[in-house]
Design a protein around this ligand. Structure first.
Ligand code: DQA
Length: 145
C-alpha cells in the first residue's frame, strides 16, 4: 500500500512561522514522524510539499495509478482552490484533509474548505498527530475493503 502526503504553501516554514499557532517543531520533524508511522503501518509513503497550486494539482494527478490514498494539508489553498478540489475528485482516491490548527476557531475566511469537499476524512486542530491518525485510518479503510 502506498500513501501520498501533500503539504501546501508555507508548511515548509513549520517551526519558524507563527509558533503560537503551529508549534515549534519543524517540517523535517513532521516528515520524520510521517516516515516512522509509515514503517509502523508497513506502508510506503511519498511526501510532497509545494508552495505552488499548479504543482500540487499535478502531483495529485500523478497519484492516479501510483498511490492508494492521499493525506493532504493544502494550507491556504484549502480556502481558495477549486483546482485542488477538482484534482482530488479526478484522482478519486481515498483522501483525508489535515489542518494542524483548528481552522474552525480562526478567521472566518478559514471556515470554508474546498479541498475538504473531496475528502472522506478530516483531522482539524490535532497538531502533527492529525497526519498520523489520518494515515492509520486510511490504511484501516483500505484494508477493510
Ligand atoms: C493550515 C490552516 C490554513 O488556514 C493556513 O493557511 C495554513 C495551515 C493548518 O494546517 O492549520 O497554512 O492548513
Amino acid at each position: 500500500m502506498k500513501i501520498l502526503v501533500i503539504n501546501g504553501p508555507n508548511l515548509n516554514m513549520l517551526g519558524i512561522r507563527e509558533p503560537g499557532i503551529y508549534g515549534n517543531s519543524s517540517y523535517d520533524d513532521l516528515c520524520r514522524m510521517i516516515r516512522r508511522k509509515a514503517e509502523e503501518l508497513q506502508v510506503e509513503v511519498s511526501i510532497f510539499q509545494s508552495n505552488s497550486e499548479g504543482d500540487i494539482v499535478t502531483r495529485i494527478q500523478q497519484a492516479l495509478g501510483q498511490e492508494d490514498a492521499i493525506v493532504i494539508n493544502p494550507a491556504a489553498y484549502t480556502h481558495t482552490s477549486i483546482a485542488i478540489l477538482d484534482a482530488l475528485k479526478a484522482a478519486a482516491l481515498p483522501a483525508a484533509e489535515v489542518h494542524i490548527s483548528d481552522v474552525t476557531k480562526r478567521e472566518s475566511f478559514r471556515s470554508i474548505s474546498y479541498a475538504g469537499m473531496a475528502c472522506g476524512r478530516h483531522y482539524i486542530g490535532m497538531g502533527f498527530d492529525g497526519y498520523l491518525k489520518a494515515m492509520e485510518d486510511l490504511v484501516k479503510d483500505i484494508s477493510s475493503r
